[in-house]
Design a protein around this ligand. Structure first.
Ligand SMILES: C[S@@+](CC[C@H](N)C(=O)[O-])C[C@H]1O[C@@H](n2cnc3c(N)ncnc32)[C@H](O)[C@@H]1O
Length: 274
């Protein structure tokens, strides 16, 4: 990953209060407190790792494996967690598709925040998770990208935001998105499909919930500084210019629509391995 991309990690978004509340809720319903071996899958810049550290009781005997395929994210996670010495945190740069090679012991819990929608083959992913989770161990994940995550009343916002941003990009920078470079769009499962899939792979779903979250303006301006989001919405455009256009576009859209939040549905699921 280039030095340039290092400036466009998930860090700013991950530290927003509303996002912290959503992930804290997941850790609460998953009852994360006395597990000894925990994986923070797709750990990003370590915001969830920190929440896990805040919760675990026998921290001295605990180990957290924080795994992400982005070297920039892992570097930032290490810097963010560096001064937390109460539990061993093992940072691993790696892909979720080969967990068995990365984690050599059985773990008690796997936490997977806002990342599962990235994975095209979710059956293969669950097999990997199964192979490193002890029987009775916990799998907890959440996502704001599933079929049903965008309530109908929010659709006008996205349409206006993207139109404005593209206009700004053209006017201010003489640039436009290149459609042929669009990242392959991901197939989004419904909440029911997630449940069926998880159960078909030998898990028992303990709890599944959908929260309606009010995303403030900062949610959108901060997500506009994250490379994965920028590349998905403004394919082929240099990150800096695309980010600036998206941020200005959303500011204008909030002002023009006279709104102070946009609703988004967040799905959480907690399951145990049979
Ligand atoms: C939206 S961020 C969430 C980060 C973190 N879980 C949080 O909530 O703060 C998604 C993360 O998943 C990582 N990711 C995406 N696909 C991955 C894969 N195949 N293997 C490992 N990490 C992946 C990205 O690099 C990114 O850091």
């Amino acid at each position: 990953m280039s030095q340039k991309n290092d400036d466009f990690t998930f860090n700013r978004f991950a530290n927003l209060d509303f996002y912290r509340v959503i992930n804290s809720r997941l850790l609460d319903i998953a009852e994360i407190r006395d597990q000894k071996r925990i994986v923070d899958l797709g750990c990003g810049t370590g915001a969830v790792t920190r929440l896990i550290l805040d919760r675990i009781e026998a921290a001295k005997q605990s180990c957290i494996y924080a795994i992400d395929h982005s070297s920039a994210a892992i570097k930032e996670a290490m810097a963010n967690i560096g001064d937390r010495k109460e539990a061993a945190v093992s940072f691993i740069q790696g892909d979720v598709s080969n967990l068995q090679d990365k984690v050599k012991e059985k773990v008690d819990a796997i936490i997977y925040c806002n990342s599962i929608h990235y994975v095209p083959d979710k059956t293969a992913l669950l097999k990997q998770i199964n192979s490193i989770l002890r029987p009775g161990g916990i799998l907890a994940f959440n996502s704001s990208f599933f079929e049903g995550s965008h309530p109908p009343e929010s659709l006008e916002f996205y349409r206006k935001w993207m139109m404005r941003s593209i206009r700004i990009l053209k006017k201010e920078y003489g640039l436009r998105p290149i459609k042929s470079e669009k990242v392959q769009s991901r197939q989004h499962l419904t909440a029911d499909e997630y449940k069926e899939l998880v159960e078909s792979q030998g898990f028992r779903v303990k709890l599944q919930e959908i929260m309606k979250v009010q995303v403030p303006l900062e949610g959108w301006t901060h997500i506009s500084t994250f490379s994965d989001f920028i590349e998905g919405t403004m394919p082929g455009v240099p990150l800096e210019e695309a980010s600036a256009a998206l941020q200005e576009g959303v500011r204008q859209t909030y002002e023009n629509m006279g709104i102070d939040h946009v609703n988004r549905n967040w799905m959480s699921m907690v399951a145990t391995r049979s």
